[in-house]
Design a protein around this ligand. Structure first.
Ligand SMILES: [Zn+2]
Length: 119
């Protein structure tokens, strides 16, 4: 997987009495914010590619059949898009806190729902 994210950053430092530590602190803040931004962008693009591949019939994924404990479904009839979750879901990562709405799909065979980012 390769995803390209165009990026522009702005480092803000007060102009009076600036020293190296002030600049390092300002860059650290930008890096932290940029890391979360990049993470969200990469996840959303990866999620869209996965949803497009599954709903376009390019690939499918086996899963637990809805309503049948212990039985698997191979998703052979394909998947349909069900939009995004109503609420944002929070994640704590090494790069920081982030919130995302997750895309959801529904199996045409058994009706099971799948959120690709959650596996
Ligand atoms: Zn299914």
């Amino acid at each position: 997987m390769e995803i390209e994210i165009p990026l522009s950053v702005k480092v803000s430092v007060d102009e009076d009495q600036v020293n190296i530590n002030d600049v390092v602190r300002a860059i650290g803040k930008v890096l932290q914010e940029t890391g979360v931004h990049l993470l969200k962008q990469v996840l959303k693009q990866w999620e869209e590619r996965t949803v497009a591949a599954l709903c376009g019939g390019v690939v499918t994924v086996g899963h637990r059949r809805k309503g049948s404990r212990g039985r698997d479904c191979q998703g052979r009839k394909g998947w349909i898009r069900k939009g995004e979750t109503g609420r944002e879901r929070g994640f704590t990562t090494r790069l920081g806190e982030m919130k995302l709405r997750l895309r959801e799909m529904k199996c045409r065979d058994c009706g099971a729902r799948l959120r690709p980012l959650l596996g």
